[in-house]
Design a protein. Structure first.
Length: 139
């Protein structure tokens, strides 16, 4: 069995973004040499997310609007967490909603997606470097 590990680094200048990382994960798969197996992709920061969905700008806008309704950034005083000097409690909640990681089957050397599926990095408290782990195992 082969095992492969790589960290992808992101530095989103704004507070929030959705970045399609499917090409980077595809490159990791090529580097790994795995033909049959599994790929785990997870955000290694508690204010960021990895999820699978469609790469469609209207959907991303809808996510942004919905997440801001569920866990608005302001007023920051509404959150107990922010009393520690932070201002990112909403980002923690958004990450919980959008998820920490995805696992994708690898079949015949390809990520085995359904129609329109892509892997995204969701940033909810940008402005500094953060990483995503890609772990691939298989034959």
């Amino acid at each position: 069995m082969k095992s492969y590990r790589k960290e992808l680094w992101f530095n989103v200048p704004g507070r929030r973004a959705f970045i399609n990382i499917t090409p980077q994960v595809d490159e990791c798969l090529r580097e790994s040499g795995v033909v049959e197996g599994l790929a785990l992709v997870n955000a290694m920061h508690i204010t960021a997310s990895v999820f699978i969905n469609d790469d469609e700008s209207g959907l991303h806008h809808d996510y942004e609007t919905w997440l801001e309704q569920v866990a608005p950034h302001e007023p920051v005083s509404r959150y107990h967490h922010n009393r520690t000097g932070e201002d990112n409690a909403d980002a923690h909640i958004k990450r919980q909603i959008m998820g920490r990681e995805v696992v994708v089957a690898i079949t015949r050397g390809q990520l085995d997606f359904g129609p329109w599926e892509q892997i995204f990095y969701g940033e909810f408290d940008g402005g500094r470097k953060k990483r995503v782990l890609v772990k691939i195992i298989g034959e």
